[in-house]
Write a protein that binds this ligand. Structure first.
Ligand SMILES: Nc1ncnc2c1ncn2[C@@H]1O[C@H](COP(=O)(O)OP(=O)(O)OP(=O)(O)O)[C@@H](O)[C@H]1O
Length: 367
């Protein structure tokens, strides 16, 4: 199979010696929507710029549709880049901004105009085609930048924090638009973000980066429910991470001795280090029961029963928010519809039990 994009052990060391990207491996199929997600300074932008050709590759190889790209200059790569500030020309109309890339490529006027009209129509920009971008809204400018990137018909569109300049409401609306547009065009999109919700909402797969390295590449749901590493468990979703030691197994479940009891979860892949592990429990998997139900739950064979004390209990709209303190002192935040956690059932100061199904918790190596 020929991938749209392949990065094989790609690395970047800046002239000052900073290793910004280390052994980056990724294969992207045509039409995939990929997010690079991670904290500030983890190497997302550097990787995107190496794909675009704005930054040289220090080690490893990069291929687009099977062709090695390491030494190909940016303008000869089948990529377009959309920058966070959109980099539109303020003195040109929207139409000229959109057509500029085709002018540079030297396309004949008639062909150029046909392509520009088509993309203006696709992105609903015809009515503002004669305006200058500085007189337009953030959302409109974002669409112009998209049109400018797409009009050259790239194999891969690279987007650097494309929604970063927009306010929260507009961001949400444009997220949906972007996803629909990408699916209808079938163009491979790679975008950089440090907004977890955006990556989870938009992507087919997310590449989580940390300190220059790829921690995990997974579809959003899998990343959320089955983290591979302690970093991902802390960075994505709302997980409680307990350290412990493997005591054995019970069918598909791994039994772990922790500071607050003998608990269980499922292994994610093979556990290289069987000794010290982390048990990762997503907030969504945790059920809360009043202390009075302890015996009934134990009789029913409910596993993973953990004592806790409700520290905070409040209802906002239809959502009940609970904070429960475990015996080791750490707090767990939980939320659910008020039909599930009825106000009054779990007042602050009450003793409760937390429980989860072993299949919904994940056991990962501690390092
Ligand atoms: N031109 C440069 N010269 C030297 N070091 C650089 C250069 N650009 C980036 N770096 C360093 O490389 C590392 C990765 O930076 P990069 O911009 O790729 O991270 P990022 O994940 O995109 O961060 P952010 O979310 O803040 O944009 C950081 O340590 C950064 O300081």
């Amino acid at each position: 199979m020929i991938f749209d994009l392949e990065l094989n052990n790609v690395g970047k060391v800046y002239d000052n010696g900073t290793p910004a990207v280390i052994d980056f491996n990724l294969a992207v199929a045509k039409g995939e929507f990929i997010a690079f997600l991670g904290p500030s300074g983890c190497g997302k932008t550097t990787t995107l710029r190496m794909i675009a050709g704005f930054e040289s590759i220090s080690s490893g190889n990069m291929f687009i549709r099977g062709e090695r790209m390491n030494d190909v200059p940016p303008q000869r790569r089948p990529t377009s880049t959309i920058f966070q500030n959109y980099a539109l020309f303020p003195h040109m109309t929207v139409r000229r901004n959109v057509g500029y890339g085709l002018e540079v490529k030297g396309l004949a006027k008639a062909e150029r105009e046909a392509k520009v009209e088509r993309i203006l129509a696709t992105l609903d920009l015809e009515d503002i085609a004669e305006r200058k971008p500085d007189r337009l809204s953030g959302g409109q400018r974002q669409r112009i930048a998209l049109a400018r990137g797409l009009v050259v018909e790239p194999d891969i569109l690279l987007l650097d924090e494309p929604l970063g300049a927009l306010d929260a409401n507009l961001r949400k609306a444009i997220q949906n638009e972007l996803k629909l547009l990408q699916k209808s065009l079938g163009v491979t999109f790679i975008f950089v973000t440090h907004a977890q919700s955006e990556a989870l909402a938009l992507s087919d797969r997310i590449v989580v980066m940390n300190q220059g390295r790829v921690e995990q590449v997974s579809p959003p749901h899998q990343l959320y429910t089955r983290p591979n590493t302690p970093f991902v468990a802390q960075f994505i979703g709302r997980n409680t991470v307990l350290s412990g030691e493997v005591a054995g197994s019970d069918g598909d479940d791994i039994v772990v001795t922790t500071g607050i009891g003998t608990l269980s979860g499922r292994a994610n892949g093979t556990l290289a280090n069987k000794g010290i592990v982390n048990l990762v429990i997503p907030a969504e998997a945790i059920e809360v029961y009043p202390a009075a139900r302890r015996d009934a739950l134990a009789t029913a064979g409910t596993s993973n029963l953990v004592d806790a004390l409700i520290e905070r209990s409040e209802v906002v709209g239809h959502i009940a928010h609970l904070t429960a303190r475990l015996q080791d002192g750490r707090s767990v935040s939980l939320e659910a519809h008020v039909d599930k956690y009825r106000p009054g059932d779990f007042p602050a100061g009450s003793n409760v039990f937390l429980s989860w199904k072993a299949a919904e918790a994940t056991v990962i190596p501690a390092h």
